[in-house]
Write a protein that binds this ligand. Structure first.
Ligand code: ACO
Ligand code: KIV
Length: 557
């Protein structure tokens, strides 16, 4: 690849940077630019109805500042702004924002669109980057500064005409990382001199990372430097507007906030020009995971995705942070094992904080459930398989049996080259272990307890098509049954482990028993039985385990 074609970003020399030690302890002022920057990047911009629906939804999510469009761009944009104002659709605590170039006719049309608004942010911008100064505007540094100052002056004049108290100004030195940082400061300060911010009427200086040119730490250096050199700093709200060209838009905004910014512009799921704007959902949920109130309600992720997809005609990637349909799912064995143990630990210890391996956030906090946390394919292990059996079917397999069953599932999935559903896993478990009736089928049994507390058991079977009976005597019903069975199959059968629990299934309660037998030939085998009677479930489990040994012996012959 022709890397010689590109030049490295020239970073500023900065001493004593403070931002690396700062922490984000509260949510910034958020501003959604979905209806402007997001909208201008769509193949088909939203129509009036879509914009109204999206606006109402942003209000519902808790946004207090919403850039609603570029009113001078088109009739739809102008009419939308007028519709919001004329129909009193803007809640008292919400401020709309509109973007405008610094050209007379565009400024005039922008203010006309805002007539009668109770409060609006008028967002002025012009590019200050060297390439745009030279190629797009063909103006010198002084001329570009004059363009910004003249535009601000005209905007101020128009604000007077439409009611000064109704307007807040925002100025963006667009593409500022592509300009000399001292020049950026110079232009911003000249605009501030013109707009004269006060404590009652602060001005927003928005620092747009219009195209990401550098790493997020270098961007943070720029933000800290500018914050340190802005005039009227106490009356200036420093805002960031990051794009995602290098894939680090969120990091740039986070570090920029640590470097002194107060406000963040972005869009839901990062829609916007090229690789998109900074994703506000992602940023806000990053805050949530640090115990910081994001001040936005993103608790219904699926509803948010629906509104987003309907409005933008785009879809959410399955791996999109916090939102994708696979982000809370583990297929791989060691992840499943850790999640399973973590979830059990949280429940058992009744922890009041979230601490589950591989899950930085509780899926329930964004309206998802635990159903898809663990999905099973050939990369999965016993932990995941037993999690599925436990959560979907209330089966609590003993550890050694999990070990026995895990490879069976891996083999089925691997051979079929597919994911297995909970039903398929359950069916595989039943087929492999539960109430196995071939070659031995238990018909019935009776138990008698002697005066010396010893049990005598008689049982009838069908074995290889014939009725057979057994009788055994021992220390309890299981011991007696095993003795009788040992005589029938011609080898000694002992119980190696025994587990049992109730199964709640609708109104009928049954017991499941998991038994591991040990034969005198050294074979270990698991079997299970399900029955309303605990004793019957145990005997069926022994028969199941024995049948598995007998079947394998037949196969091996
Ligand atoms: C980084 C961003 O996202 S900025 C926002 C971008 N969004 C949009 O552009 C969407 C809305 N825009 C539009 O609908 C149109 O561009 C309009 C209505 C604003 C202007 O349309 P037109 O005048 O027909 O065309 P166009 O945008 O190409 O105008 C470019 C001219 O404006 C100048 N210009 C560009 N930005 C600015 C600015 N912020 N302030 C003053 N002049 C500007 C250019 O230098 C160029 O001047 P020239 O004609 O002398 O060469
Ligand atoms: C107008 C500015 C804020 C912008 O959209 C950008 O620079 O990306």
């Amino acid at each position: 690849m022709n890397y010689q074609k590109y030049r490295p970003y020239k970073k500023i020399k900065k001493a004593n940077r403070r931002w690396p030690d700062n922490e984000i302890t509260k949510a910034p002022i958020w501003c959604s630019v979905d209806l402007r920057d997001g909208n201008q990047a769509l193949e088909t911009p939203m129509n009036l109805e879509q914009k109204i629906n999206f606006f109402n939804y942003l209000v519902k999510l808790g946004f207090k500042e919403i850039e609603v469009g570029f009113p001078a761009a088109s009739d739809t944009e102008y009419t939308f702004t007028r519709t919001l104002i004329d129909n009193k659709m803007i809640p008292k605590d919400v401020t709309i924002q509109v973007l405008t170039q610094l050209r007379s006719h565009i400024l005039e049309r922008t203010f006309a669109s805002l007539e009668g608004v109770h409060k609006a942010i008028v967002h002025l911008y012009n590019s200050v980057s060297t390439i745009q100064r030279d190629v797009v505007f063909r103006k010198s540094k002084e001329e570009i500064k004059a363009l910004a100052v003249d535009g601000a002056r005209q905007a101020k004049k128009l604000a007077k005409k439409y009611g000064e108290e109704r307007f807040i100004f925002e100025y963006s030195p667009e593409s500022f990382p592509g300009a000399e940082v001292d020049y950026v400061v110079e232009v911003c300060n000249a605009v501030l001199d013109e707009l004269k911010p006060t404590s009652e009427n602060k001005v927003i200086i928005n620092l747009p990372n219009t195209v990401e040119l550098c790493t997020a730490n270098v961007f943070a250096d720029l933000v800290e430097y500018i914050c340190d050199h802005l005039k009227y700093r106490e009356n200036v709200i420093v805002s960031l507007h990051s794009h995602n060209d290098r894939g680090t838009g969120i990091a740039a905004s986070e570090l920029g906030l640590m470097a002194g910014a107060d406000r963040i512009e972005g869009t839901l799921f990062g829609n916007g020009e090229r690789t998109g704007n900074m994703d506000i959902v992602n940023f806000a949920l990053n805050l949530l995971t640090q115990g910081v109130d994001p001040q936005l309600d993103f608790s219904n992720m699926d509803e948010m995705i629906k509104v987003y997809e309907e409005s933008t005609k785009m879809s959410i990637h399955p791996r999109h942070p916090y939102a994708g349909k696979l982000v809370f799912t583990a297929f791989s064995g060691s992840h499943q094992d850790a999640i399973n143990k973590g979830m059990t630990h949280m429940e058992k210890e009744k922890l009041n904080y979230w601490d589950v391996p591989y899950l930085p956030i509780d899926p329930k906090d964004v309206g998802r459930n635990y159903d898809a946390i663990i999905r099973i394919n050939s990369q999965s292990g016993k932990g995941g398989v037993s999690y599925i059996l436990k959560t979907h079917y209330d089966l609590q397999l003993p550890k050694a049996m999990q070990q026995d069953f895990g490879p069976i599932i891996t083999q089925i999935s691997d051979q079929g080259n597919k994911e297995l559903t909970p039903t398929e896993i359950y069916q595989a478990f039943i087929n492999e272990y539960v109430d196995i009736e071939s070659p031995l089928q238990l018909i019935n049994y009776v138990e008698q307890v002697d005066d010396d507390h010893q049990s005598a058991v008689r049982a009838n079977f069908i074995f290889e098509g014939k009725k057979v009976a057994i009788a055994g005597h021992g220390n309890g019903v299981i011991d007696a049954f095993c003795k009788g069975l040992s005589d029938l199959v011609g080898q000694k059968i002992d119980i190696a482990s025994y587990n049992e629990h109730a199964l709640e299934n609708g109104s009928t309660s049954k017991a499941i028993t998991y038994i591991q037998i040990h034969t005198e030939q050294g074979t270990y085998s698991y079997g299970s039985g399900i029955s309303p009677s605990v004793t019957r479930s145990s005997l069926q489990a022994i028969v199941s385990a024995t049948n598995r040994v007998l079947k394998k012996a037949v196969v091996m012959q």
